[in-house]
Design a protein around this ligand. Structure first.
Ligand SMILES: Cc1ncc(COP(=O)(O)O)c(C=O)c1O
Length: 290
């Protein structure tokens, strides 16, 4: 368990109450930054390198020079884990464009980016993972660079809030003229007549780390995956629908907009991929070679 919150902030390990930022930090005023969320399972980081690689891609895409090397930030992540010692948690890592008087333009002098990292309790939703969850569809109102893991999440926040207000887990986003893209904080998959469909890597979705892993697992199980945008009609007629994400694992969706998916219970393809995924993280956590 992560008891008290230990915060890594710009080179120091601080108690939550001591970690402070000025009001003109650009993350606060412009959401000018990028982030990652990684899984700690059985006391080990899972796929941390893939997350750090994606952080580098996101930072480059917003013209932000990371103030650390991959091995330096990995050392911070390991130090947090060593000091806090949780079995199951999430690493939250955020880099924003630093402190400067408010001006849309980048600060004229080189300002050090703000780096925040801490571990957060992970809630593993046994019931949802096993029995499935409900979702709603919502228009995808995000910008045109959803491939960047930016801290600017207002459309995602609103969509997830609408889902919560309807008493369901996730909002499935449908982009006008494109099709079904992903969930507000998850990637989305459907299965129809034995074929698996998920949105292609593109500016319309975040290339999820778990999406990439599940893609590899599906291939090794000889389950073909078509990377294309499904229509909303296909979504509603699917035999199975599931979500993937670092904090969501592989979670079946059994109801969308109040209507059952398939027979309203998790389907065989979902269950198989879920088992392979859980086996993989257990194996990685126990250091057995992949
Ligand atoms: C919009 C969006 N799509 C997909 C994902 C899943 O990505 P990952 O598998 O890397 O957690 C997330 C994760 O937060 C997300 O915010």
């Amino acid at each position: 368990m992560v008891g008290h919150l230990l915060i890594y902030l710009d080179g120091e390990y601080l108690d939550y109450s001591e970690a402070r930022l000025p009001v003109d930090e650009r993350g606060l005023q412009f959401a000018d930054g990028v982030y990652e969320v990684a899984l700690i399972w059985d006391g080990q980081y899972i796929d941390l390198d893939r997350h750090l690689q994606r952080l580098e891609r996101s930072a480059a895409a917003v013209e932000l020079t990371l103030p650390f090397t991959r091995s330096e930030i990995r050392a911070v992540a390991e130090e947090l884990l060593r000091r806090e010692g949780p079995r199951q948690a999430n690493l939250y890592l955020q880099v924003t464009r630093g402190v400067a008087p408010r001006d849309h333009r980048f600060p004229p002098n080189v300002v050090p980016p703000t780096v925040i990292a801490y571990l957060k309790d992970a809630h593993f939703d046994h019931d949802g993972v096993q029995n499935g969850v409900a979702a709603i569809t919502e228009p995808d109102l995000r910008w045109l660079r959803c491939d960047i893991k930016s801290v600017a999440l207002l459309p995602n926040v609103l969509a997830r809030q609408h889902a919560a207000a309807r008493g369901v887990r996730e909002a499935i986003l449908v982009r006008a003229g494109v099709g079904v893209t992903e969930g507000s904080a998850t990637n989305l998959w459907l299965v129809r007549h034995g074929s698996i469909v998920t949105a292609p890597e593109s500016n319309w979705i975040l290339s999820g780390i778990v999406r990439g892993v599940v893609m590899e697992l599906a291939r090794s199980e000889m389950l073909p995956v078509a990377e294309r945008f499904a229509t909303q009609e296909e979504l509603m007629q699917a035999d199975e629908v599931f979500l993937t994400g670092t904090t969501t694992f592989v979670t079946p969706i059994v109801e969308i907009d109040g209507r059952p998916i398939g027979d309203g219970t998790p389907g065989p393809v979902t269950t198989r991929l879920q088992e392979r995924y859980m086996e993989r993280i257990a194996r990685l956590a126990s250091h057995v070679a992949d």
